[in-house]
Design a binder for this molecule. Sequence first.
Ligand code: FES
Ligand code: MG
Length: 589
Amino acid sequence: TDGQHRETDERQHTTGAPARRSQAWFGASGRGGMVYRSWMRNQGFGPGVFDGRPVIGIATSASELAPCNAHLTRVAEAVKRGVWQAGGFPLEFPTMATGETLMRPTAMLFRNLMAMEVEELIRANPLDGVVLLSGCDKTTPAMLMGAASVDLPALMVTGGPMLNGKYEGRDVGSGTAVWQFEEDLKTGRMTQEECFFAEGCMARSNGHCMTMGTASTMACVAEALGMQLPGSATWPAVDARRFETAQNAGNRIVEMVHEELRPSRILTRAAFENAIRVNAAIGGSTNAIIHLTALAGRTGVELAPEDFDALARDVPTLVNLMPSGSFLMEDFCYAGGLPAVLDELERGGLLHGGQLTVTGASIAENVAGATRTGTEVITGLDAPFQPAGSGTAVLRGNLCPDGAVIKQSAASPHLLTHRGPARVFDSPEAYHAVCDDPELDVDENTVLVIRNAGPKGYPGMPEVSNVPLPTKLLKAGVTDMVRVCDGRMSGTGYGTVVLHVSPEAATGGPLALVRDGDTVVLDVPRRMLRLEVTDEELERRRAAWRAPEPRHTSGYAWLYTQHVEGADRGADFGFLRGCRGHEVPRDSH
Ligand code: FES
Ligand code: MG
């Protein structure tokens, strides 16, 4: 009511200090205040918690349907300890969880929905600050995007990776081993029964994928942006120090509220540049490009596809992790974790060291004195695991006027310059239907074109671009082929795969105009992807092109196709760009 707003205003006038946001609810007198407090007290909170102390939301994306995040309820308990200890009032609330493994047609379809939910839940409730608990691939960017659009003090705690997979005496990485086991199964090196057994060996503890897939990448990226406490990205999910870090995060968020340390002070252009360079140094996932672009869109920082290429070009890959290398997150943690990488980059002049972080100190101050154990897992700039310029390249050309990306470290060097005839498939399913056919008209020079897998086309831009090689070529010993697609690739995937081709086929991008037998030229050193077809012929084909029938005419998937932007813009909804702030909404009663 108006009366209640007046009371809040009076409180501000009498104390001189701005009333805490949560006091618009819990500090109110009269009927309204009673409603806000009384129902909270049914949980057993005594009246003292409403005394104006910082109210901290703990946004928990735990779900048994998102196994990588299932343990976050326990992480939340540790955060709560820290919040109480520092004099705050913690309130845990669930958010949706976009689990990568179960959700169809792809978890990516729901990233923006989750971001929207996180944003609205924070703003609608009596919160002064928020701790974001994420894990699986999309949950980390979704939470950061939502929190950036509210701009209340926010601190992320990712759930940590699973312990190393162990199968037949060797380390197997989640995701990466799936592709390998599939090939072994197809070629008869492994039986179905052995596969069932191997499944359990690959996922033997709580946590997200322990390869440098998208989840580990985004955890490191969140730390590089300054949104996680130092070391937070790499503690295994079951390591006691993960819970210690979570308790510290609970402590710290209360201080951040006192300091009014908001995401807008942390997520600056320099922070994004740090994250892009760190992504190169860790051999991170191509998905980070899309998520960072989308997050930047929430903060007003303009990131172009070429920024990722230009900023990463002089950064060597320092971390030897699957899928590009041979180790896993547990090894990375024990070797020093991300702080050791940040420290190395900072000493090499490859980091904006003065960048502010959630600790209140700069990123360089956070990692000063970080220790690196050995040089096998985390290499030094003097002898890097992979030389500078071997990371993700951004391509242009008449096949991708708005850009495309290729992860060079996951590709075969001999295919980085290639010319070959296209064999076109209008969907991943169309390819899967024939890929086992011994008569399939392809050889190792063929360029497999898979289209209509972009944000609008699928919809949701799934991780389908690295289709398995045709079985007949696998059996003949072919290990890689050029694939071109408007979809994404799992961060754990590998192969010479051109991804994120923009504009996508479903919106009439040139990818829609490719025909069987057209010559495709890939020249990664020159950052080029071309179709050797004349402009006149492409125009003729464009005039005859008809957009595919929409798959959805109502519901969320329809909303998504109406508003999703291209991969080059981060595949966010146009109407979600920017920050909408944290003003206390109008009263509810
Ligand atoms: Fe959740 Fe890989 S499936 S992190
Ligand atoms: Mg993934």
